[in-house]
Design a protein around this ligand. Structure first.
Ligand code: RTP
Ligand code: MG
Length: 147
């Protein structure tokens, strides 16, 4: 079963959007296998966003993601990586469709509420950066055959 790493960024945590975001993925039918409120170190942020290290916004991105707690999550389900990206909406909230998380709650590209892995390789890498095996819970739901 596919897993993805989702992270409510400091803006989403401080705007009290944890419940709203978690609720969307729960109602969709995905399974939460790990979650924690945590403050990301500069080193971890730089590792997580390594693909952007040459981009002009890299410093601001690292400063922002380390500026306050994030809500780190691992979700499981069929096609969860791409479906979560669809539910998040475009990177720039100005381009994100209404009904998506960024379309409904974001305004600025830097403060776009949520991060989500963009491929199976990214998901495996990011999950291992933020979670240990012991922090992840594999379980079958009785209702799993319905969704
Ligand atoms: P994420 O990695 O956070 O899920 O977002 P994404 O895949 O949709 O976007 P990505 O291209 O990976 O960019 C990572 C994050 O960098 C910030 N960003 N700032 N100032 C800018 O022009 C700019 N461009 C991107 C965004 O917060 C984006 O989510
Ligand atoms: Mg990305």
């Amino acid at each position: 079963m596919e897993r993805t790493y989702l992270m409510i960024k400091p803006d989403g945590v401080q705007r009290n959007l944890i419940g709203e975001v978690v609720s969307r993925f729960e109602k969709k039918g995905f399974t939460l296998v790990g979650a924690k409120l945590m403050t990301v170190s500069k080193e971890t942020a730089e590792t997580h966003y390594a693909e952007h290290k040459e981009r002009p916004f890299f410093g601001e991105l690292v400063d922002f993601i380390t500026s306050g707690p994030v809500f780190a999550m691992v979700w499981e389900g069929e096609n969860v990586i791409s479906t979560a990206r669809t539910m998040m909406g475009a990177t720039n909230p100005a381009d994100a469709a209404p009904g998506t998380i960024r379309g409904d709650y974001g305004v600025q590209v830097a403060m776009n509420v949520i991060h989500g892995s963009d491929s199976p390789e990214s998901a495996a890498r990011e999950i291992s950066i933020f979670f240990t095996e012991e922090e992840l819970n594999s379980y079958d739901k009785t209702i799993s055959k319905w969704v």
